[in-house]
Write a protein that binds this ligand. Structure first.
Ligand code: NAD
Ligand code: MG
Length: 292
């Protein structure tokens, strides 16, 4: 038995700021994506997955877990995230699985179409699409929110789940899955995340309607709605310095969800539309099936 309140790093954390999109390798403390702890049990043997934003944060945690569960894993990320992506590819290959690096900007429809074709080519198919890439830049006032910034958030968080899903459909078969990373911001938007919260509500809605549309074809569509998690997104403009320094200190356990537990949610391929929300009494996400 281990005391969960002291099992992982607790705030205060040092002040830090990185330019967007940020690198996990440069964070203090460094996020724990399950690199040394996750143990697979063959639950995804032979599957082929594409994870957007798979270089760091929740995407990396899912990539490690999927590879250890037996899947070949392609990851998409921005070119400036190559150092983080290299670490993930090495971890996937260490499991004897194919790790495919597919850098590029998801805000372009043509790139999203090519991404899906490339993700299918190398491993010879696609069974799991994780639309996880995201942009979060906090702005204290709507007056500080430029049209360019608003547009970039919409493109990264809404179009970048729409275009890959559309392109992937012709490759997905019965038993395949599509998973979105949405956010608790879909339900309880913060005053300084106006544009971001809109997109996360859109992701939740997209998940539910696509689950209804694709369920009859035997394709599962799920969403995961995390509370704040220690990832590059937070230190690269997503949170205020004040929030970063005491990150997670306001929860009952005095810390946020640790990424190494992330696989429990993204590797759950059993249900249609399973939406997870944090249970405040434990500080851990818990399952709440919303459609079935
Ligand atoms: P992260 O920074 O590790 O991952 C986000 C990834 O998005 C980046 O690694 C980057 O590769 C990708 N990305 C951003 N813009 C892109 C673009 N134009 N083209 C291609 N890729 C692009 O942070 P994370 O927190 O693991 O974020 C993953 C998802 O989780 C996001 O959708 C985010 O909104 C969501 N989320 C995060 C939190 C949190 O507290 N960290 C909470 C709820 C939801
Ligand atoms: Mg990253």
């Amino acid at each position: 038995m281990q005391d969960p309140t002291t099992k992982y790093p607790n705030p205060p954390f040092p002040e830090q700021k990185q330019p967007f999109p940020g690198l996990a390798a440069k964070m203090t403390p460094k996020p724990d994506h399950g690199e040394t702890t996750y143990k697979g049990s063959g639950r995804l043997g032979g599957r082929k997955a594409l994870i957007t934003g798979g270089d760091s944060g929740m995407g990396r945690a899912a990539a490690i877990a999927y590879a250890r569960e037996g899947a070949d894993v392609a990851i998409n990320y921005l070119p400036e995230e190559e150092p983080d992506a290299r670490e993930v590819i090495a971890l996937i290959e260490r499991e004897g699985r194919k790790g495919i690096a597919l850098p590029g900007d998801l805000r372009q429809e043509a790139f999203c179409e090519k991404l899906i074709e490339d993700a299918v080519k190398a491993p010879g198919g696609l069974d799991i699409l994780v639309n996880n890439a995201g942009r979060q830049q906090q702005a204290a006032s709507i007056s500080d929110l430029t049209t360019e910034a608003f547009d970039a958030t919409m493109k990264t968080n809404i179009y970048a789940m729409f275009w890959p899903t559309k392109a992937a459909l012709k490759h997905l078969q019965q038993g395949s899955s599509i998973i979105q990373t949405t956010s608790e911001q879909a339900y309880d938007p913060s005053e300084n995340l106006v544009d971001y919260a809109i997109t996360k509500a859109a992701g939740m809605s997209f998940t539910k309607s696509m689950a209804k549309q694709l369920g009859p074809r035997g394709i599962r569509v799920n969403g995961v709605a995390p509370s704040p998690i220690w990832t590059p997104l937070q230190v690269a403009g997503g949170a205020t310095m004040e929030k970063l320094v005491k990150f997670g200190g306001d929860t009952p356990m005095g810390r946020r969800v640790n990424l190494r537990n992330w696989h429990r949610f993204t590797s759950s391929l059993q249900t249609t539309v399973r939406v997870f929300r944090r249970v405040k009494s434990t500080g851990l996400p818990a399952g709440a099936a919303s459609l079935d």
